[in-house]
Ligand binder design. Sequence first.
Ligand code: XIL
Length: 354
Amino acid sequence: MSASTSPSPSPSLRERFARFFEVGTCVAGTLPASLGAEELALLEHHFAVLTPENCMKPAPAHPEPGRFEFSAPDALVRFAEARRMSVVGHCLCWHQQSPPWLFESGLGREAALQQLREHIHGVAGRYRGRLQGWDVVNEAIAEEGEYLRDTPALRAIGPDFVQRAFELAREADPGAQLYYNDYDIERPAKRQRTLRLLRELQASGVRVDGVGIQGHWILDQVPFDDIRAAIRDYAALGLTVMITELDIDVVPRASGADVAARAPDGSAPDPYREGCPEDVLARQAQQYARLFELFCDPSSRVSRVSFWGLHDGASWLNYWPSKRTNHPLLFDRRCRPKPAFQALVAGANDEEKS
Ligand code: XIL
């Protein structure tokens, strides 16, 4: 009997790509209560690695000095352990969703470092030995012009805040992989600045294990050649490379993924409220397929590909940069596979036969 006649109505993404990399998604809210039955089934069938969409970020996890909110992160880690899924912590140091007191202006460098220590030890220390890795620093590279982004952490501590954050994370959870994570770092200029940061970290003796290319891309504008070159350049530093927040936005927007670039609701067109046109879904499928071909290239050293949302209805692109009805992922709002999913699993049986 050929493999194609075996009963496999919906091949599993995690199995389909297991030879190449792990497949993950972000999850929101307190698990498992935040998921409906279909969502839970989808999650368990397709995904091996979970990233908390918000609950481990500095502001939600550590709203006041010495006060931590661990109920959602604890539930997520327990949920994953019960299912033998891995968790990637996201994120220890970021200028967004960070409580104002952490790097308050006027705070001296030593006091700011002490607060960073309490934060990282408090959050990463709680899950010591239980997480696959941490996005230690998120989005520290400037969009253009200079080198590092002008942020409260940079102003309070100085440019070595990145190095210090990695050292503190290493102390707090020595077994976790430690990552630098950012968007648009496949683009040549931002890539050069990111390579500089990673080289400086390595030269200072700090161990960095990997780099996360977020992967918030836009339909018909996916920079395939830059992505290929960036994966090669980061891997050449000896780092593992991950695509950490993949989605393909189908509603036109300005490029980038700066969460501060929020626009008033109603200020931008919302053309696909009644559903996504077939030709758009077909182009999205082709572009996802091309991306995965590139990620599967044996020279690419991609170790994980995580989507930023389980299905279209759960995507942040429905409310950022303004309220829109978006269709950026592999499953629709009813958890049904879209053409993009079919394109990714197509050929799996042929390969198995060969
Ligand atoms: C987004 C979440 O998806 C939203 O729910 C939240 O309102 C804002 O942040 N880059 C990142 C993620 O590293 O943490 C962001 O997540 C998306 C852009």
